[in-house]
Ligand binder design. Structure first.
Ligand SMILES: *Cc1c(COP(=O)(O)O)cnc(C)c1O
Length: 373
């Protein structure tokens, strides 16, 4: 064998840089010997899931030896009821990342391209490159015509070429927290050629409280090429279980279903998500807590005279005015895990997830100390 294993891999995989997750708490405590660390690095829900979820999980233990319902009948029915759509328009995923990957596998090939914005969610380039398709990365706003780092929909339209089959949009985007209005986004969807699948990734949908934030579920019936994705990982507090979904017309869902693993969502995740949907009070409490925590972070960052990008999610990108990787390391030593985002083309920024009151305070204090040292 005169080729290395790497050279034997598919072309897209050879140059692929895997997703860099937030550092787990246990790893920090092991490596740095700090106790009581706080993790504000993965946009997780600090309140955790509804107590109803825990009950539903207990009940699932009886069926541990059985395969899950590969069609997710119960969860799809509950979602269909909640969203006002038909069950056959729903595609369930092992997290919404799974749905994003299904799109790439069903619609991209090495000769085709996907369009997404600079500074957009890291999974879009990964799933595109893994297939060996081309990424047409549109420049983001530079601050002159829209919020700096936000998706520039005109630039994204211009990046669509004859080979483009998928456009990924995050609304709001992670790690920037920037968002698109109903008018802007609807105009964009109307102008995208019908042979391009438009994916609107709404992982933070439940947190957004802007009057002109779009209700894209209403658009699905009009656009055969539209897919809206959401997740139970963020506002519903189920990140560990991996469950998300896409909504599209049934013909598009049929294509995604062809490349889906038969049992991609396990029975605990199915039961938990269904129970989570029933507890609207818990969801509302989490959204309220996020609003208060966001205000606490905003006030604290202003007091530290730090710039940040206004965010409608459960996280905030902060301009630390120097190489953020070093600040990240120093925060780790203080037992505070945040996320450096140089892999998003934002080397001077740290992304901080909104936590509980004492966690936010801890992060702000540590940041103040590190930056004044
Ligand atoms: C967190 C996140 C997701 C989803 O993650 P899953 O846990 O796989 O559902 C999707 N898109 C964006 C922009 C995210 O930040």
């Amino acid at each position: 064998m005169n080729q290395t294993i790497q050279e034997l891999a598919a072309p897209g995989v050879q140059a692929l840089r895997p997703y860099a997750p937030g550092k787990p708490l246990a790893e920090l405590e092991r490596e740095y010997g700090v106790a009581n660390a706080v993790k504000l690095a993965s946009n997780e829900n600090p309140l955790g899931p509804s107590p109803k979820v825990l009950e539903a999980l207990q009940a699932q233990f009886q069926d541990l030896a059985r395969y899950p319902d590969g069609n997710g009948f119960g969860l799809k029915a509950a979602l269909a009821h909640r969203l006002g759509v038909a069950a056959q328009t729903i595609t369930l995923g092992n997290g919404s990342n799974d749905v994003l990957e299904l799109v790439a596998r069903a619609f991209l090939t090495p000769g085709r391209s996907a369009v997404f914005s600079a500074h957009a969610f890291a999974v879009y380039p990964i799933v595109t490159q893994a297939i060996g398709a081309r990424a047409n990365v549109a420049a983001a706003h530079d601050g002159s015509r829209g919020p700096k780092f936000a998706h520039d929909l005109d630039a994204m339209l211009a990046a669509i070429d004859a080979d483009t089959r998928v456009v990924f949009i995050a609304n709001p985007n992670n790690p920037t927290g920037t968002w698109l209005t109903e008018r802007e986004l609807r105009g964009f969807v109307e102008r995208v050629p019908g042979e391009v699948i438009v994916v609107i990734d709404e992982a933070y949908f439940e947190y957004v409280n802007q009057p002109d934030y779009p209700d894209t579920m209403q658009w699905v019936a009009a656009f055969p090429n539209l897919l809206v994705t959401r997740t139970f990982s963020k506002a519903y507090g189920l990140a560990s279980l991996r469950v998300g979904y896409g909504v599209s017309q049934a013909a598009l869902a049929d294509m995604l279903n062809r490349v889906r693993q038969p049992f991609n969502v396990n029975s605990f995740a199915l039961a938990a998500a269904q129970a989570a949907l029933q507890d609207e009070a818990h969801l509302a409490a989490g959204v309220r807590a996020n609003r208060q925590g966001m205000q606490q972070l905003v006030d604290g960052l202003r007091a530290l005279r730090l710039d940040f990008i206004t965010s409608v999610g459960n996280f905030l990108a902060v301009d630390v005015g120097r190489e953020a990787g070093q600040v990240y390391e120093q925060l780790l030593r203080q037992g505070v895990i945040v996320r450096p985002v140089e892999n998003y083309g934002m080397p001077g920024y740290l992304r901080i997830s909104v936590g509980l009151e004492h966690e936010n305070r801890r992060a702000l204090e540590a940041l103040g100390q590190v930056l004044s040292a």
